[in-house]
Ligand binder design. Structure first.
Ligand code: TMP
Length: 260
């Protein structure tokens, strides 16, 4: 890798200065963390898959008019993106009860929600990204009211689009996390979608078997992480047919690993 100036290193990605002002290079690592980095590991090949999956999803979202930071993929692990000022909120969209919602409210995982729920988490590692309400967001000024409304509209559009996209390939979009940033144009800031959309930040369940095809395989020590990410890429048409294990084989991937 060239000696570019590193702007930021996160848990799963590194941002480098881009070739032109206002651009950054987003590098996808194989590192995986969970539970605010209390659990750490590597998923060999994850970065390459997430780079490709996120490129595909951002490109499709662009075609329906969702503004985003993605410009183009540069190579296996890097993409060129617009530099934005990240809004310090994680916007979580939920269609089906799972994860922290199930735990917090005692709703069995897999229960369809009566309506799509949006949640906001403050991006602050030292606090463990706490759940916050719109009242907190307004009171502490983490973003403006117009910006929040734009993020909500985009989150719902993205959910509608991605739910359909994944349903078309036999995957249930249970929940996912989005991040947005401000793109400054003269004195005016526009909110656009940033970060990535990949199995790291989504819950994706195979519709037929219920098998998890996302980072919960790592969080919950289920094994077969890379096979699951490959399966998502394959179903989205990003890997040649037959190049990844089928979902059925995830079980054997796990057993083989456990036997080692
Ligand atoms: P949760 O159920 O743990 O709150 O997660 C909801 C969704 O958000 C799930 O698809 C995973 C994603 N997520 C992230 O991308 N980053 C995070 O730090 C957390 C906690 C969740």
């Amino acid at each position: 890798m060239s000696r570019r100036r590193q702007i930021y290193e996160g848990k799963a990605k590194i941002l480098y200065e881009g070739p032109e002002p206002g651009t950054l290079i987003q590098y996808f690592k194989d590192d995986a963390t969970a539970f605010n980095a209390q659990k750490k590991g590597t998923i060999s090949g994850k970065g390459v898959l997430n780079n490709r999956i996120s490129e595909h999803i951002f490109t499709l979202l662009g075609t329906i008019g969702v503004p985003h930071h993605f410009i183009r993929r540069l190579n296996m692990r890097e993409q060129l993106v617009r530099q934005v000022e990240i809004i310090p909120l994680e916007v979580v969209v939920r269609n089906v009860a799972a994860g922290s919602l199930s735990k917090r409210l005692g709703i069995e995982e897999g229960t369809p929600l009566p309506r799509t729920i949006l949640e906001y988490y403050l991006k602050d590692d030292s606090l463990g990204d706490p759940l916050v309400t719109e009242e907190h967001i307004a009171a502490f000024g983490w973003c403006g009211q117009d910006e929040l409304a734009d993020m909500q509209d985009m989150a719902i559009r993205i959910n509608d689009f991605l739910s359909g996209l994944f349903a078309g390939v036999g995957i249930r979009l249970v929940d996912f996390k989005l991040e947005f940033g401000r793109l400054w144009e003269d004195d005016y800031a526009r909110v656009i979608l940033a970060d990535e959309i990949s199995p790291d930040g989504c819950r994706l369940w195979d519709m037929a078997s219920g098998e998890k095809l996302d980072k919960d395989r790592f969080r919950r020590d289920l094994g077969g992480e890379v096979e699951a990410y490959q399966e998502v890429a394959r179903r989205l048409g990003l890997l040649p047919e037959g190049s990844a294990n089928s979902v059925v084989n995830l079980d054997s991937a796990r057993k083989a690993r456990d036997a080692r």
